[in-house]
Design a protein. Sequence first.
Length: 283
Amino acid sequence: MGLSVAALCPVRPATCQLNESEKPMQSSCAEIQAQLTDRVLEITINRPERKNALTMAMYAAMAELLNSAADSGEVRVVIITGAEGVFTSGNDLMDFLGGSASSEESPVFQFMLALYSFPKPVVAAINGPAVGIGTTMLLHCDMAFAGDDAMFKMPFVDLGLCPEYGSSFFMPRIMGHARASELLLLSKKFDAAEAVALGLCNAALPANEVLNQARMTAAELATKAPEAVRLTKRLLRAGTREAGAQVIQEEALHFQKRLGSEEFKEAGTAFMEKRPADFSRFE
Ligand code: COA
C-alpha cells in the first residue's frame, strides 16, 4: 500500500493546556528514552552497540512519543538526540534486508508522519554519525545543533536505494541543486561546519556543548507564547507542506521497490561482509 498525502498533512490541533490527568511520557521501547523536564520532552536514541540504528520498535516508540507530545499540555518543545556520541546510523540495515516495508501502517512511516506534522518546535542535538534518516529528519526539525564530531551522510545511492523523507525535494530548496546533487548522487559525507553552511544546522559547536545548547534553546522556546510559536512554525512550513508530502509519498514508493532490487541486495550484502559494494555487473 502507498503513502497518502492526506496522512502526511492532517489538520492537527495541538494542546498546550496543562492537564492533571495526563499520563506520563513513557517510551514503549528500551532503546528510545524519554525525559520530560519543564515542558521540554527529550527523546534519546540509545542503541550504541549498533550505532543507534533504528529498528521498527524504535520508530514506533518515537512516533508514539511525538503523537503524545503533540496532544500534551505538558510539552511545548521536543529535543531529539542520540546517546554515547552518536545521533543515529539510520535505518537498521538488517531490517531493510529482512524486507521491512515502508507502507502507511509501518512504524517508519508512522514516525515520518508524526515528525512531519508535529505542531510544536523540535530541536535536534547531533553528535557523531547522522546517517540516512539521521540526516533527512533534520529537514523536519526546526533547529539543529551539531558537534565538531558530527558526520552527516545520505548514502541512498551507495546502497542502491533512492532519496527518502522528502530529501529530493527539500535539499535542493535549502542548498541549491548543485550541492544537493553532490550529497545525494555521490552519497558524500559532510561535517558540522558544512551542515551549517548548507543551511541544515544552526551552529557547529564543540562536541560537549551540543546537548547543552539544544537544551538552552528548547528552554527558551518553552517560555514563549505557545500559540504564537505553533502558528509561526506552521506558517514557516505552509508553502512546502503539501508539495513536500507528495514527494515523500513518491520517494517512498520508489524506495520500497528499490529494497527488492539486486543493486540493494549487493550493497546490503557488501555491508554485512564489510567490503565495498561492486555494481559493475549492473546495467
Ligand atoms: N544497521 C545495522 N547495523 C549497523 C548500522 C545500521 N544502520 N550501522 C552500524 N551498524 C553496526 C555495524 O554493522 C557494526 O556491527 P558489528 O559490531 O557487529 O560489526 C556496529 O554497528 C558498529 O558499527 P561500525 O561500522 O563498526 O562503527 P563505525 O564507528 O566504524 O561507523 C557508521 C559508524 C555509522 C559510519 C557506520 O556504521 C555506517 O556507515 N553504518 C551504516 C549506515 C547506513 O548505511 N545506514 C542506512 C541508511 S539508509
